[in-house]
Design a protein around this ligand. Structure first.
Ligand code: FMN
Length: 392
């Protein structure tokens, strides 16, 4: 009798625990990866076909630092103006908004690729300027104007790759090198532009050196509480937050294996924080070295506004090109973020010197670091805010 009532009690408890678990799993989006309003823009991006809004719908699927999506658009029948919303920033991690400007360049590239696909000939004019500290009173700043005229309709493989491009933070297949013709085409993407250059490193010694510099930068920069706070503002661990804000870094984008993703989603925020800080300590350089290619995008002046946009256009193009060829990619920018950090704190430019040593040519300033390789896991989409939220 006692045993039976115990079993009954245990059964109720099991149902409660499992039920609670299922409830939490449901509430945390375990069964809904890539679903809900936060992911609609990836599905309906072609709906506004043949109108300027189709170009904006492609632009908002671009990469941006911490998925801040700093863009605003003023749209007419014959032009689109791109503004940066300087309030959408990662604070001390990007004290000159250099990376946010690169993100704006990424959006511009998608927009320009979408123009011919929707029957437009587009010409972009970039506003000149020099980056400064984050404005205390943010207001939209015009960065580029795109004029639209009727043009020849043609969609290419890069346009078609727009909804398939996702940052892949899982390990890559370290046994599978990238084909030489891919590397050659990648290095020629800047297409003769005198202000941007790609440095590609496939040799083990170079990659080990860059991974060491990046890993050290990663530890150092995130030990600054201001940097941590600026970054944490954009970490979305709750599924309800993901669907409400439709921006930021989510658990689905961590690049964890499927089971680990479920466990991470079920964890409380405190547990997750503890696991994340523990696992960051040694794995970063290993992860980078699983990729057969590490690259730099370099410009002549990393604080020149137009050159930031150019670097962003180049990254978006490179990532789309890789996506079209079944190759995964991830930015890993801590070493350049340390360049900004040292500058903001008035410290000697030790990281800029290290990066110059790696390229061997100080007339180029690396402004974006990335790695590429064949994926071992498929990357998930990150949330996006709808076009209507970003029209000026
Ligand atoms: C300028 C810039 C810097 C970035 N730096 C990093 C980085 O250091 N590490 C990383 O994992 N992702 C980085 N990203 C990728 C963004 O986090 C990513 O684009 C964003 O979360 C949206 O996800 P998606 O690219 O999958 O659409 C960077 C993106 C940009 C544009």
């Amino acid at each position: 009798m006692r045993r039976r009532s115990f079993l009954k009690g245990a059964g109720v408890l099991t149902v409660a625990v499992v039920g609670g678990g299922v409830w939490r799993a449901w509430d945390q989006g375990v069964f809904s990866t890539g679903e809900g309003p936060a992911y609609e823009p990836w599905k309906d991006w072609r709906n506004a076909k043949d109108s300027p809004l189709a170009l904006v719908s492609a632009a908002i699927l671009a990469a941006s630092p911490h998925n801040t999506q700093p863009w605003l658009f003023k749209v007419s029948d014959s032009s689109i103006e791109l503004y940066i919303d300087t309030s959408r920033n990662v604070g001390a991690l990007d004290p000159y908004l250099r990376e946010e400007h690169i993100g704006m360049g990424c959006a511009l590239e998608n927009l320009m690729l979408a123009a011919p696909a929707n029957g437009y000939a587009a010409t972009a004019q970039l506003v000149p300027g020099q980056l400064g500290p984050i404005p205390p009173e943010p207001k939209p700043q015009l960065l580029a104007r795109v004029d639209l005229a009727p043009g020849k309709r043609e969609a290419d493989e890069l346009y078609n790759a727009i909804p398939l491009r996702h940052t892949n933070r899982a390990r890559y297949d370290s046994h599978k090198p990238l084909p030489p013709d891919f590397l050659d085409a990648l290095s020629h993407l800047p297409d003769g532009n005198a202000n941007v250059k790609l440095f590609l490193f496939t040799g083990e010694a170079d990659r080990k050196n860059i991974a060491k510099v990046s890993s050290a930068a990663n530890k150092e920069i995130y030990s600054d509480p201001n940097v941590k706070a600026g970054s944490e503002r954009w970490i979305r661990t709750q599924w309800s937050e993901v669907q409400r804000h439709r921006d930021g870094l989510t658990i689905d984008a961590f690049g964890l294996p499927p089971i680990a993703t479920v466990i991470a989603k079920m964890m409380t925020e405190r547990m997750l924080g503890a696991v994340a800080s523990h696992s960051q300590k040694d794995d970063y350089s290993d992860l980078m070295l699983s990729a057969p290619l590490i690259g730099f995008i370099a410009v002549r002046d990393r604080y020149d506004q137009q050159q930031c946009l150019l670097a962003g256009r180049t990254w978006q193009l490179a990532h789309l090109f890789a996506t079209a060829k079944g190759i995964a990619a991830r930015p890993c920018n801590e070493s350049v973020e340390m360049v900004d950090h040292e500058r903001a704190l008035g410290q000697p430019a030790s990281r800029a010197a290290l990066l110059n040593e790696i390229t061997g040519d100080p007339s180029w300033q690396p402004t974006f670091v990335f790695y590429m390789g064949y994926p071992t896991l498929t990357a998930h989409a990150s949330p996006r805010r709808p076009v209507q939220w970003m029209e000026l």
